[in-house]
Write a protein that binds this ligand. Structure first.
Ligand SMILES: C[S@@+](CC[C@H](N)C(=O)[O-])C[C@H]1O[C@@H](n2cnc3c(N)ncnc32)[C@H](O)[C@@H]1O
Length: 344
């Protein structure tokens, strides 16, 4: 079975890293057929088909996941579409949508939608029911570099979700809150599964905990500032996340009743979020020494830091090892470094 993923172009490396992490934690073996300009094609066993909607719903930097029915040269698309058993894929109503992923294609998008739509209609006969708004089956045609893909959409990442959960739309807001998309991606990079426990020891307004809670993790959050603790609880409840433990504590002295499976955190940079008079390096180093005791062996931590911090110094004397890193340019003088670390 082949699937196509249409990736966000917001970042060079995070979309693919996020997909790899989620497939790994869901135990799905795959091989990459093609990874080009925002389009990723994977080959995986048919038995995983039932797991894919849940995976698609977890991803933040992927727009769409498609189960490929036809993969061919662009000029052979029409003839292959005529031979396709569409009734095997379309049980009720449907719509056809074309996405051109570069300027090479000579096809006109709406003409091609109409042409493929007519072929499907002829194939389905009396059962054909076109529904342009919110169809039960969306047939997606993707054109890129002379290649045409046709398939049905398995899942679409809800843009509405990330929009509605923007930090300023939550009951408690404070400047410096992380975007829900990046928070979700960082959670995913720890390969956390449903029912496992995730800790954010600098939880601020709770953005990371919200995303972890939505994908079914149990969440623990702490912050040195009581205002943040109270605000995080309000925000979690607003998102219907009730399996949480949130309390006031200094990350450097944190104790927990159990070890956690993963840590995701965005400590203060000392710009909009205060480090409480401590240098960032000292605060980070002391916190990492304490967090090391709180995460299980082989557990992963995903950390956001400003580019000017020396991570070698911060992790000196700990058993955390960097296994993956991504850079996000925020503005001229700040690049955020997203590091995934393993406790070895
Ligand atoms: C950058 S903010 C976190 C933002 C969060 N990711 C969000 O989306 O809202 C950092 C937080 O660390 C907290 N903080 C500062 N020093 C701390 C310490 N020693 N222990 C725990 N929390 C601390 C601050 O109160 C602040 O809420």
């Amino acid at each position: 079975m082949e699937i196509a993923l249409v990736l966000s172009k917001e970042h060079q490396t995070l979309p693919l890293a996020e997909i790899k992490a989620v497939l790994e934690c869901e135990g799905i073996n795959y091989s990459i057929i093609k990874d080009q300009e925002g389009l990723l094609l994977l080959n995986l066993n048919e038995k995983y088909l039932k797991n894919l909607p849940k995976i698609a719903a977890r991803l933040s930097y992927t727009h769409e996941m498609i189960h490929i029915i036809i993969r061919t040269d662009e000029d052979k698309l029409i003839s292959e579409a005529k031979n396709c058993p569409w009734n095997e894929y379309i049980p009720s109503d449907y719509a056809v949508r074309v996405k051109k992923m570069d300027k090479k294609s000579t096809h006109n998008t709406s003409d091609l939608e109409w042409e493929i739509g007519s072929i499907i209609k002829a194939s389905l006969g009396e059962n054909a029911k076109v529904k342009l708004e919110d169809p039960s089956t969306l047939i997606r045609i993707v054109l890129q570099d002379g290649m045409a893909i046709s398939g049905y959409r398995i899942g679409q990442i809800s843009k509405k979700h990330f929009y509605n959960l923007k930090p300023h739309k939550r009951p408690f807001f404070y400047p410096g809150s992380m975007s829900p998309k990046l928070a979700r991606c960082m959670v995913n990079l720890t390969r956390i599964s449903t029912g496992e426990t995730l800790l954010d020891p600098f939880c601020g307004t709770g953005g990371i905990l919200i995303e972890a809670g939505i994908i079914g993790a149990r969440v623990i959050g702490t912050d040195i500032d009581y205002k943040m603790v109270k605000g995080t609880k309000e925000n979690l409840q607003h998102c219907d996340i009730n399996d949480y433990l949130v309390f006031q504590e200094d990350a450097r002295k944190l104790e927990l009743p159990e070890v956690v499976d993963a840590i995701v955190t965005d400590p203060p940079y000392g710009i909009s979020a205060s480090t409480g008079g401590e240098t960032s390096e000292n605060l980070y180093h002391q916190s990492m020494m304490s967090l090391e005791r709180l995460i299980k062996e082989d557990g992963l931590m995903c950390l956001a830091t400003p580019h000017y911090l020396n991570l070698d110094e911060i992790f000196k004397g700990t058993n955390f090892k960097i296994i993956e890193q991504h850079h996000i340019r925020m503005h001229k003088s700040l690049t955020r470094v997203i590091s995934v670390l393993k406790k070895i």
